[in-house]
Write a protein that binds this ligand. Structure first.
Ligand SMILES: [Zn+2]
Length: 428
């Protein structure tokens, strides 16, 4: 049965391969950078919408700003949603099967300050790869999701339960606004997010939290001084020592479940250390401010808020026992607001089993079922909206880095796995 479903999926998708590739290139060539509080997703959402309409898929673009008036505690207050449109598409079922939503995000991070070999928006196809910002995270996966509803519509297949496809805004930077808007409109019995997973099934994601720890002291012009010069530079080293202890404590966690095999299941990283700049215009200057940017990740089963409170308390105790920090307290400033929460779907959940079997039949091998090394909107969809959620997506590299690419064949494989899963799950 699953073998049949896999070959059906391949047959249904074959005629779409060329137009899907052009669609992906066009989406990569369209700038959809988001930098809080804003994001520029809508021009690319229109391109995707036009593509879906060519295949007569019932779809709509809609404003997401209504979430700011919803009163939902999940909505971040530090974002602008005006003009940022979500896309929602649906293949209506016969009302005789389980429904599925395929969720992906259209926004990308900015290209960064490191040099790219070619334009971040080149969309160039070379040696089986599509290059460009967002190709892997996650326009490749989005195109695979769009392929599912286009293939069903083209073949006139009426599933048992509805198959939904949505392209949302504001996922990067942990906003979640696009997905919250989508969940306020639609629900489903299962969800898959085609983020890059290297064709593995991810049944869990981690939580995440970024916080800037800053201290101010001293005077930048005090370097010609007969006495001691006050500066946070050396105390910052002790603060990093505190981070090191926290990192080692967190490294001792031994999780059960999807993260059991991970060498470092709940990493703590220092993303940036800032205390003055090596500026040729300022030959001599004492740092009067120092900052450590800390990125903590959490296991799905952890009480994230309680862990953050413990860390904060531990930092207070460290500061109280330090001669410098007891006089110059560390300011705790979350970068994007509250934390993201992880999730985990059981290995024997019917949706996990369905996707594992479909992936096995399409790929001709037993797929790896593991956990994501990152947080994403899965936490929201699974925990806050109660929809069992998995990740399955293409192969590639360079997410959030220069020279990002996605392997085109793996986008097609992803589409086949998603379609085979939809056919099986939704009783097509
Ligand atoms: Zn992503």
């Amino acid at each position: 049965m699953t073998q049949e479903v896999a070959s059906d999926a391949r047959k249904l998708l074959r005629p779409l391969a060329a137009p899907l590739k052009s669609l992906l290139q066009e989406l990569v060539r369209t700038n959809t950078v988001a930098v809080p509080p804003d994001g520029d997703e809508t021009p690319a959402q229109r391109i995707l919408h036009r593509f879906l309409r060519e295949y007569k898929v019932k779809s709509a673009l809609y404003e997401t700003e209504f979430i700011t008036r919803s009163g939902s505690p999940l909505v971040r207050k530090n974002r602008n949603y005006a003009g940022r449109k979500n896309l929602s598409a649906r293949i209506s079922g016969r009302g005789a099967g389980r429904s599925l939503v395929i969720n992906g995000h259209m926004d990308t991070v900015p290209p960064g300050r490191l040099a790219w070999s070619r334009s971040p928006w080149s969309g160039v196809a070379q040696q089986g790869r599509i290059h460009g910002l967002g190709s892997f995270d996650m326009k490749g996966g989005l195109v695979a999701g769009a392929a599912v509803v286009c293939a069903l519509s083209r073949a006139g297949i009426r599933p048992g339960g509805d198959v939904l496809f949505e392209s949302v805004v504001d996922e990067e930077w942990g906003g979640g606004g696009g997905t919250i808007a989508a969940r306020m409109r639609d629900t489903a019995d299962a969800c898959v997010i085609p983020e890059g997973t290297q064709l593995e099934v991810y049944r869990a994601t981690r939580g995440g939290f970024v916080v800037d720890l800053s201290v101010k002291a001293g005077d930048s012009s005090a370097y010609f001084s007969s006495g001691e010069v006050l500066s946070p530079a050396v105390p910052l080293g002790r603060l990093l020592g505190w981070v090191d202890k926290l990192t080692k404590r967190r490294a001792k966690l031994r999780p059960q479940g999807a993260y059991a095999g991970f060498a470092l299941p709940a990493p703590v990283q220092v993303l940036a250390v800032e205390a003055n700049r090596l500026d040729p215009q300022v030959p001599l200057s004492v740092p009067s401010r120092g900052t450590v940017r800390l990125y903590m990740q959490f296991l799905p089963q952890e009480d994230v808020d309680a862990v953050i409170e413990e860390v904060r308390l531990d930092l207070r105790q460290f500061c109280a026992s330090d001669a410098f920090f007891s006089k110059h307290p560390v300011d705790w400033k979350p970068l994007i607001g509250g934390p993201l929460y992880g999730h985990e779907l059981a290995a024997d959940h019917p949706w996990t089993q369905c996707m594992e079997q479909s992936a096995g039949s399409v790929l001709g091998r037993k797929p790896v079922v593991t956990a994501a090394p990152y947080p994403c909107d899965a936490g929201l969809i699974h925990r806050d909206y109660g929809i069992p959620t998995l990740l399955f997506g293409p192969c590639g590299a360079g997410a959030h880095n220069p020279d990002e690419y996605v392997e085109w064949d793996s986008v097609l494989r992803t589409a086949e796995v998603l379609l085979a899963s939809a056919l099986a799950w939704c009783n097509c």
